[in-house]
Design a protein around this ligand. Structure first.
Ligand code: CAA
Length: 248
């Protein structure tokens, strides 16, 4: 039986930024469904959320690179909780390396996980949103999709591509009560940036005008804002949250 609370599906929900987004949306009263990749990690993650009093967060473990799995995942969410009214595309990976050293697999893995997944999820929820005349889609891109980054031809291409999808889908859905926006975080203190060699990472931090990394919570509060019913005039936009590192 469908739950009365509006449903928010957060892909990459168990990750560094995703966790903060799930918790922030849960605090706003959404029934949150967190996407995950690693079942063992997800089980523990859910137990942690429940221990913190979040009883309106659930899990959905579809392979986002597989369209049919996404459709099946959304069908299951609809049956359990109701149609998805907020979709946050937060799943993403890095496979950094300079072009001269990058294997084709590094390119395809990142494009599949970070960009093709966004088509798969948006396509899976859009018909419900159109039918209900309401929806909020927030695509979590990156500062590096805006400015490029040494060692990230794959990641920057995927993240820039996300915003092309955002602007196009925003135009297609503008008269249907649906907004589609991109949020471009800078360097946020999560496990993902800990993979950057320490020397390189320190140089990046020094280059951020506010002289620190962002926090996942600083991204989550902007997601809550864009997901709000009252934010209906914001569509096709990109919001940079990067401590002043890139002002485009
Ligand atoms: N600008 C200019 N030159 C650079 C450079 C830079 N930013 N970084 C490295 N170089 C130079 C090195 O000094 C070296 O020069 P020499 O050959 O003259 O000695 C050369 O480039 C190294 O080239 P290699 O192909 O050998 O590179 P590598 O194998 O040593 O590693 C790298 C390159 C993997 C890209 C490494 O520099 C790296 O991890 N950089 C960080 C990339 C990054 O910022 N990733 C972001 C991850 S977080 C994220 O993506 C989240 C988000 O959205 C913000």
């Amino acid at each position: 039986m469908a739950n009365a609370a509006p449903v928010a599906w957060v892909t990459g929900g168990t990750g560094g930024i995703g966790s903060a987004i799930c918790r922030a949306l849960a605090k706003e009263g959404y029934q949150v469904v967190a996407g995950y990749h690693n079942p063992e990690k997800a089980k523990q993650w859910l137990a942690d959320q429940q221990a913190d009093g979040f009883d309106n967060i659930a899990l959905s473990g579809v392979d986002l690179t597989n369209y049919d799995e996404c459709v099946a995942g959304v069908t299951e969410i609809r049956e359990k909780y109701g149609p998805v009214s907020v979709l946050v595309n937060c799943a993403g990976i890095t496979r950094d390396g300079t072009m001269k050293k990058m294997a084709p697999e590094q390119w395809h893995e990142v494009i599949d996980t970070n960009l093709n997944s966004v088509f798969n999820t948006c396509r899976s929820v859009i018909e419900d949103m159109l039918e209900h005349g309401y929806g909020r889609i927030v695509n979590i891109s990156s500062i590096n999709g805006r400015k490029g980054q040494f060692g990230q031809v794959n990641y920057a291409a995927a993240k820039a591509g996300m915003h092309g999808l955002t602007m196009s889908l925003a135009q297609e859905t503008a008269t249907k009560g649906i907004t589609v926006n991109t949020l471009s975080p800078g360097y946020i203190a999560t496990d993902m940036i800990m993979k950057i060699p320490e020397k390189v990472r320190e140089a990046i931090r020094e280059g951020i005008p506010v002289k620190r990394y962002g926090t996942p919570e600083e991204i989550a509060r902007a997601v809550v804002f864009l997901a709000d019913k009252e934010s209906g005039f914001i569509t096709g936009a990109n919001l940079d949250i990067n401590g002043g590192q890139f002002m485009g």
